[in-house]
Design a protein around this ligand. Structure first.
Ligand code: 13P
Length: 244
């Protein structure tokens, strides 16, 4: 059984005091089971804070990006080895906000995933189509292209990733893919993963997930949990999603 995973992506939100309250609430309230896991991906400066708060708990933590390079003259970048020093279990790579605002290509995203795997960090590889691509009927072509580059780059390491399907039109818009719409894409992604000998990769859904819609999404056979943006900043809402 694949088990469910719910990951909070704080994006560029938070501050020391607010983070302390949020993390404390998660630690107090979260009861893990075999079937479900919880993690938060925080801004780089707060990795030490997350590590201190979560180290002796069942809640994982990670970063929202990682450099494809090991070290050197890459101003502003953070290497996978640095993330290891802060105990990261996960690194999000290829979030649509980085693809759109920072020009990240499919190839760079795959290289970042490889860099994370190289030090034992699980990359959460994000893929998803824009509204224009969906309306043009190109959803499957786009997500299969994005995933295909990762499959080709990672080879036998592929089973170690987590995949996140995040339709760009559903991120931060309050517009969620319906459970059936999401399941259709997840099933197609699952087929590609199965052909690539990685049938058990978790495929998360992301895009305006809330406590009110999480249970219906997570009930779909190929949806293994969620990558949660805005709603992960509210401890009780985030926990309600994780329990859904
Ligand atoms: P929202 O949940 O705020 O729509 O963001 C989703 C997301 O981008 C998670 O990575």
């Amino acid at each position: 059984m694949r088990g469910k995973l719910v990951v909070g992506n704080w994006k560029m939100n938070g501050g020391l005091a607010a983070n302390a309250r949020l993390l404390d609430r998660l630690v107090t309230e979260w009861q893990p089971t075999e079937a479900r896991s919880l993690a938060v991906c925080v801004p780089f400066p707060y990795l030490g804070q997350a590590q201190a708060a979560l180290a002796s708990t069942a809640i994982g933590w990670g970063a929202q990006d990682v450099s494809a390079h090991a070290s050197g003259a890459y101003t502003g970048e953070v290497s996978a080895a640095m993330l290891v020093e802060f105990g990261c279990r996960y690194a999000i790579v290829g979030h649509s906000e980085r693809r759109q605002m920072h020009g990240e290509t499919d190839g760079l995203v795959a290289a970042k995933a490889g860099a994370a795997l190289g030090v034992g960090i699980t990359p959460i590889v994000c893929i998803g189509e824009s509204l224009a691509e969906r309306e043009a009927g190109a959803t499957d072509v786009v997500v299969q292209r994005q995933l295909g580059v990762v499959i080709d780059a990672l080879g036998t390491e592929l089973p170690k990733i987590v995949l996140a399907y995040e339709p760009v039109w559903a991120i931060g818009t309050g517009r969620t893919a319906s459970p059936a719409q999401a399941q259709q894409v997840h099933a197609s992604l699952r087929s590609a993963l199965t052909r690539a000998r990685a049938p058990d990769v978790k495929v998360l859904y992301g895009g305006s997930v809330k406590a009110a819609n999480a249970a219906a999404l997570f009930a779909m056979s190929d949806i293994d949990g969620g990558l949660i943006g805005g709603a992960s900043l509210d401890a009780m809402e985030f926990l309600a999603i994780a329990r859904a």
